[in-house]
Design a protein around this ligand. Structure first.
Ligand SMILES: *[C@@H]1O[C@H](CO)[C@@H](O)[C@H](O)[C@H]1NC(C)=O
Ligand SMILES: *[C@@H]1O[C@H](CO)[C@@H](O)[C@H](O)[C@H]1NC(C)=O
Length: 288
């Protein structure tokens, strides 16, 4: 195989994304302008879509399939408070063994469907001492740890039909959308749950060590998780506006004498408790 062929096979081509998009558009009358990626246990939002059409990931040409418990693995088209939406119920993670390009593949498809705004949600560990379990953090910026190690979904040949070779990331998270989310929270009397901070992505699947948590705190990260950043990079590359929300499901451990241990069950329990608030917030946000 030539070097050029090896390079081009890293990620799916524009034509492949187009084929997936066309397949979906052929099977739904919805023309989504908003895409929502639901994090661990937050997939309930997809059930709120009206006039919906649901596709299992395994049935969609070229789509990866999900393997994590709590991730349903469906793409739902429908209307949410009057907006045509597409909702990912279950996302893809690096730790499942997907390439970072596959993790973010759906976002390129969304852009070809006509989506203009991406709402990404995740479950994250709180690094900032002032955060409580159950808070919702509006992501104002991110730290792309896998990127430091050469893992970016934008690596490989650049197709200008998607976006620029060197896209700007200083404006990755849209200020107007974050303002709208906050307004929605205020209108719902939920402003006290809202924080705004920096999300740091690690590849996982192990939770962070104490030394790693301390390091991330000194770097200015407020929450840590194992997703979102690849999707946001691709979304910004193809010109989508992004709103990112982290549900703080646990506080990270930074004390060597602590008897507590990070666990996935705790994450799912908090998620269940706050999932309705997060859903209402996203609906409120779409109404503003
Ligand atoms: C979508 O529908 C058109 C018109 O029927 C057809 O030509 C095209 O092959 C379909 N594309 C896919 C990917 O299903
Ligand atoms: C924690 O969050 C608060 C409130 O959002 C913020 O003012 C503060 O700078 C953050 N602390 C650290 C150490 O980043």
């Amino acid at each position: 195989m030539s070097a050029e062929m090896a390079a081009t096979s890293i990620h799916s081509s524009y034509e492949e994304c187009k084929e997936t998009a066309e397949w979906l558009l052929n099977r739904s009358t919805i023309r989504p302008v908003v895409a929502i990626i639901c994090g661990s246990g937050l997939g309930g939002l997809a059930d709120k879509l009206e006039d919906s059409t649901t596709f299992k990931y395994e049935d969609i040409p070229r789509f990866p399939t999900s393997t994590v418990p709590g991730h349903a693995g469906k793409l739902v088209f429908g209307k949410l408070v009057g907006h045509d939406c597409v909702c990912m119920q279950g996302r893809f993670h690096l730790y499942e063994g997907y390439s970072i390009h596959m993790v973010s593949y759906p976002v390129r498809v969304f852009s070809l469907l006509g989506v203009k705004t991406l709402v990404v949600t995740n479950a994250a560990g709180g690094l900032n001492d002032s955060y409580s379990v159950g808070d919702i953090m509006i992501i104002k910026d991110h730290i792309n740890m896998p990127g430091f190690a050469g893992q970016s979904p934008l690596c490989g040949p650049n197709d200008e039909r998607f976006g620029l070779r060197f896209p700007c990331m200083s404006d990755a998270y849209d200020r107007e959308l974050s303002f709208k989310l906050r307004s929605a929270a205020e209108a719902m009397g939920a402003a006290h749950f809202i924080k705004k901070g920096v999300y740091c992505m690690l590849a996982g699947p192990s939770f962070e060590t104490i030394a790693e948590c301390k390091l991330l705190q000194t770097l200015g990260a407020d929450a840590v998780g194992m997703s979102t950043v690849p999707e946001v990079l691709v979304a910004r590359h193809c010109g989508l506006r992004v709103l990112g929300l982290s549900l703080i499901t646990n506080k990270v451990i930074t004390d060597y004498n602590s008897e507590e241990k990070a666990n996935h069950e705790e994450v799912l329990k908090t998620t269940q408790r706050q999932t309705k608030l997060l859903q209402d917030l996203v609906c409120g946000f779409l109404k503003v």
